[in-house]
Design a binder for this molecule. Structure first.
Ligand SMILES: [Mg+2]
Length: 267
């Protein structure tokens, strides 16, 4: 490839010019990788552009068709791995047979979830109360999303100053809730009553399909947990300009669409 290998954001903490991979050349790398191949795709900011309110997010035209094509190839498995709840993921119009993992790995499509324990129920109630209080502190534009085992506060359209303070305070409060954990994202903080990570989900997926290569692409902080479990021939791709441990970068969901389209025609 003619592009950088890899993106060394962490080196020395020095300023550097970000360079993006060529989408078609990056697709060729994936096509040439040892099979079976697992392709893990984040959703928001990757397959759909980021929007002010999560309910307004839509797949870019052509994404669903490219994924549908990819999923027909022998020894290629596609999974969409999102922080969204499965019910929310299903509103996007993704191909019906594509494997979905929601809530950062807590929800797996067609797999029964372990019910919340009494302890987790109590913990979740506490976290919901704290999140509601934080949303009130952050002010207009902040809103709370309730999921099966977690609660997320979104502040993309709230005042940045009050939001920053409210989320920092909420993060601190969460550390005092026994057994709880939190994950910061882009203008969101999610609090968990049950521990999970996209990394654990990817490890499980790798085992399930006995993948020789795992490709994972994501844009947010929580995707770094997936990048962290990749190894050897695996391929990690960051979307956007945020710091990352990923080997490669694409600029935005439009570049991801070019990558997916090239993949779909290359296998
Ligand atoms: Mg994302």
């Amino acid at each position: 490839m003619t592009t950088k290998q890899p993106t060394p954001d962490r080196d020395n903490g020095t300023a550097r010019t970000l360079r993006f991979d060529d989408a078609v050349e990056l697709a060729q790398c994936v096509v040439a990788a040892p099979r079976p191949i697992l392709i893990g795709l984040d959703l928001d900011g990757v397959l759909s552009p980021l929007v002010d309110h999560a309910d307004d997010a839509r797949l870019l035209d052509g994404v669903a068709e490219a994924i549908e094509q990819l999923d027909t190839f022998k020894d290629v498995a596609v999974s969409v791995v999102s922080g969204r709840a499965l019910t929310s993921m299903r509103t996007f119009g993704l191909p019906s047979h594509v494997h979905l993992i929601g809530s950062h790995g807590i929800e797996v499509a067609n797999t029964p979830m372990l019910p919340l324990t009494d302890e987790e129920h109590t913990r979740l109630s506490t976290l919901r109360m704290l999140a509601q209080e934080a949303a009130a502190m952050a002010g207009p534009g902040a809103w709370v999303e309730t999921k099966f085992a977690s609660v997320a506060i979104h502040v993309r359209t709230a005042n940045p100053d009050t939001s920053h303070w409210a989320l920092a305070n909420l993060k601190q409060q969460t550390t005092a809730v026994d057994g709880a954990s939190c994950k910061p994202g882009s203008n969101v903080l999610e609090l968990f009553a049950r521990h999970t990570s996209k990394g654990a989900a990817v490890v499980q997926l790798r085992q399930t399909i006995n993948a020789n290569t795992v490709v994972f692409i994501g844009d947010d902080v929580t995707d770094e947990e997936a990048f962290a479990v990749l190894r050897g021939n695996d391929i990690s791709i960051k979307v956007g300009t945020a710091p990352t441990i990923a080997q490669h970068r694409l600029s935005d969901p439009h570049a991801v669409l070019r990558w997916l389209t090239a993949l779909a025609s290359g296998f």
